[in-house]
Design a protein around this ligand. Structure first.
Ligand SMILES: Cc1ncc(COP(=O)(O)O)c(C=O)c1O
Length: 468
């Protein structure tokens, strides 16, 4: 969001200076407040490091507790050893591969590990890179699809590219379409179908479809899209209509869940139609923000003219990114986590999150006033709504009451065709233990008791500012 310098979220404090408590880091507390520095302009001179640290740290106490944030998919806990490694690498610029060849080597190993996890036909020839997150990874995946389409149809200005996706896509795909001038061909939700299905995907494609985005799993409710079915339907389109449409799998979360918990599910490079896959290392990859990954099944899937090859290392380290400089910390932390956990470690961590999600979903269903949209058995994420007979309060009111206890649980409406459906969503991540889930449940029950005690006829709601 562009920030307007004059529009503080706290207008009443905007022009007040920073003011230190005399007992904080002051050599002589009797001097009283030693500093009074402006907030919206540089002070004339420096402030003691300890005082600066203390003041800024205090201000940040007002942020919500990351561990109680059940809205985010992003990692909120890592081991102290990972934190130390990250601090060790925060001064290494990821792009300086000649100066930091070993960081580059760890990035290459991560790509190789993902190629193996996602069954690239020849892990050695899969190509990929780290990014700042899935959004950048999706932009790169989309650009490759568009480039391949352009190479196929030539420079005919009358042809306009389109990208087929469900209405449940994360906003990064709308961004991609707008930034790169591609028509978003959005398949709306329909009744109880909350994501893309094979028949609608096949019906939406034409000669100018650069690809179909299939999501593992949906940001809205954690459900997996039926990728193998979508691939089969597109095989049929190719057989009957002669149109060959590749799939990009947006595995922002599921790319790190399915390989460990759903090994039988065929969603990845085992499907020849899957050209590229992205994931967020900083979601179920279990790394602090921000790291993402994108891989192409082979060199053909990533047009060579998009790649800037760096040969500092004497090998092929393709760089294909929207940004340039960024710290090496997150990539190193990703390697640490792969190395530390191995397959069985990842499986145990992800299973624990899924167990908590399924337990909580079941318990919430049993409370009575709610019905589940999903059960947490795909991504460890579930969404629930109020039963039709609940009219005195809504999901927004529940979200507001939970917030009073510190829990951040977003309430939002579904997109096109199902805007009538308002849900709460809970994302269970590593660190949200069974104990915390029990406490959450107790607070949800207390919130319900409060809502149910309010005089009928005075509907209670709450604010909705959530964006996916
Ligand atoms: C399916 C999906 N794709 C893409 C993104 C964007 O990911 P990032 O925050 O890593 O940029 C998200 C984020 O929630 C997502 O759920």
């Amino acid at each position: 969001m562009p920030l307007h310098a004059g529009q503080s979220t706290q207008p009443e404090h905007r022009d007040q200076p920073h003011d230190a408590n005399p007992f904080f880091g002051m050599a002589n507390p009797a001097q009283g407040s030693a500093i009074s520095t402006p907030k919206n302009a540089l002070a004339d001179g420096p402030v003691e490091a300890d005082v600066a640290y203390q003041l800024i740290r205090d201000e940040l106490l007002l942020d919500g507790s990351a561990r109680l944030n059940l809205a985010t998919f992003v990692t909120t806990w890592m081991e102290p050893q990972a934190g130390r490694l990250m601090a060790d690498c925060v001064d290494k610029n990821m792009i300086d591969k000649d100066e930091y060849p070993q960081t580059a080597e760890l990035e290459r190993r991560c790509v190789a590990i993902l190629a193996d996890l996602w069954h690239a036909p020849d892990a050695g020839s899969a190509t990929g890179c780290s990014t700042t997150g899935s959004s950048e990874a999706c932009m790169l995946g989309g650009m490759a699809l568009k480039r391949r389409w352009r190479a196929r149809v030539g420079d005919d200005p009358a042809r306009k590219p389109n990208l087929v996706m469900g209405a449940n896509v994360q906003v990064c795909w709308e961004k991609f379409c707008r930034y790169w001038d591609v028509e978003p061909r959005v398949v709306p939700m329909d009744g109880d179908r909350f994501h893309l299905d094979a028949a609608s995907a096949a019906a939406a494609v034409d000669e100018d479809t650069i690809g179909v985005v299939a999501i593992l799993g949906s940001t809205f409710d954690g459900s997996y899209e039926p990728i193998a079915e979508i691939a089969a339907a597109l095989d049929e389109v190719q057989r009957t209509r002669g149109i060959d449409v590749p799939i990009h799998v947006d595995g922002a979360s599921g790319g790190m869940i399915a390989p460990f918990l759903d090994e039988e599910l065929v969603w990845d490079f085992r499907l020849p139609r899957v050209a590229s896959i992205n994931t967020s290392g900083h979601k179920y990859g279990l790394v602090y923000p921000g790291v993402g990954w994108v891989l192409w099944r082979d060199a053909d899937a990533l047009p060579a003219d998009l790649i800037f090859n760096v040969n500092y290392l004497g090998g092929q380290m393709p760089t294909f990114a929207l940004n340039f400089s960024r710290p090496g910390s997150e990539v190193v932390a990703q390697y640490y986590t792969f190395f530390r956990l191995g397959r069985s470690g990842y499986r145990a961590v992800q299973q624990a999150s899924r167990d908590v999600a399924m337990f909580l979903a079941d318990e919430i269903e049993r409370l009575g006033p709610f019905s589940l949209i999903s059960r947490g058995d795909q991504l460890p994420v579930f969404a629930f709504t109020t039963r039709p007979d609940i009219t005195g309060w809504d999901v927004f009111a529940v979200s507001r009451l939970l917030r009073e206890r510190g829990w951040q649980v977003p309430a939002y409406t579904f997109p096109e065709n199902r805007q009538d459906l308002a849900v709460l969503r809970v994302v269970c991540r590593n660190g949200f233990s069974h104990d915390l889930a029990e406490m959450f449940l107790a607070d949800l029950k207390a919130a319900l008791a409060e809502l149910q005690s309010v005089t009928p006829g005075a509907p209670i709601s709450g604010p909705s500012g959530f964006r996916h």
